[in-house]
Design a protein around this ligand. Structure first.
Ligand SMILES: [Mg+2]
Length: 278
């Protein structure tokens, strides 16, 4: 494998994929693809989707093929090999220790939360338990679940987000060591790429943790106002305000800051040397 200088990680839905309410700039994805077409960039997609749905998205939206896929909200990691996608068992073993042998199904039996409904069976993974509820009930329900987990001394992480198009509150429960941020940190360490040359872009609640991380993070402009506030606050609180960027649009490049336009803008902000590559 050639040594890579940059690790570019991005969320897919409503970040690289323009499947939200806002318009996508015509040049956004072509420019992103041109930037990614460099030997010194390792590209990773970081998504709540599972491997099959990420592959489907790559095909449907003609996205560049990444080197890595961090799927299931950071509870699985796959590497692109000649033989296809290869699951990184080191990552699975590492995060599985938090649940000491329990799977997501065991955890559901333990929790059995009244206010939450299980999401479809195909969303449930060994290390990802997924619930849904009405958006306005999400916060209280999440707090209750977290309390139960703490009481049972289960090391788990609750990631809540709102799907504003459906007014749905979504809750993913993962091992404490899993998550988008943790998987990106694991990958950058494995690849020996410093935080200063690692970048993540996202748009929603389950991206905030990764946006506030010690590596560079860009929030695309189509994020909702509460996510904007929370992401900036989180980055500031962790002392990473200067590693956080909010895309606002680059009129001189005809980029509106939404989706891939925001990613390109963020990459140019943190890596100004990329402007020669456009
Ligand atoms: Mg998203």
């Amino acid at each position: 494998m050639t040594r890579s200088s940059y690790l570019v990680c991005t969320d897919l839905d409503r970040t690289l994929i323009p499947n939200g309410l806002q318009e996508e700039s015509a040049l956004a994805r072509p420019l992103f693809e041109r930037l990614m077409n460099s030997e010194d960039i390792t590209l990773a997609y970081v998504s709540g989707r599972d491997l099959g749905l990420v592959e489907q998205a790559i095909e449907e939206w003609s996205l560049p093929t990444p080197d890595y896929i961090i799927a299931d909200v950071g509870s699985s990691l796959y590497r692109n090999t000649r033989q296809g996608w290869h699951m990184d068992s080191n990552w699975s073993t590492h995060i599985g220790e938090d649940w000491s042998g329990l799977t997501a199904a065991d955890l559901h039996a333990l929790l059995n939360p009244e206010a939450l409904t299980l999401q479809d069976a195909d969303r449930q993974k060994a290390f990802k338990l997924c619930y849904e509820t009405r958006a306005e009930q999400l916060e209280t329900a999440t707090q209750k679940v977290q309390k139960t987990l703490d009481a049972k001394a289960i090391k788990a992480r609750c990631i809540s987000s709102i799907d504003e198009t459906e007014n749905l509150g979504l809750l993913d429960i993962l091992p404490l060591r899993a998550g988008k941020r943790q998987a990106i940190l694991f990958l950058s360490e494995q690849l020996d790429i410093p935080h200063a040359r690692t970048h993540f872009s996202g748009d929603s609640g389950n991206d905030i943790d990764a946006l506030a991380a010690p590596f560079n993070g860009t929030l695309v402009a189509n994020a909702t106002a509460p996510v904007r506030v929370n992401a900036f606050d989180a980055a500031k609180q962790e002392g990473h305000a200067s590693q956080f960027y909010q895309a606002r649009g680059l009129p001189e490049l005809e980029l509106n800051g939404h989706y891939a336009a925001g990613i390109v803008e963020g990459l140019l902000h943190f890596f100004p040397e990329f402007s020669k590559r456009l």
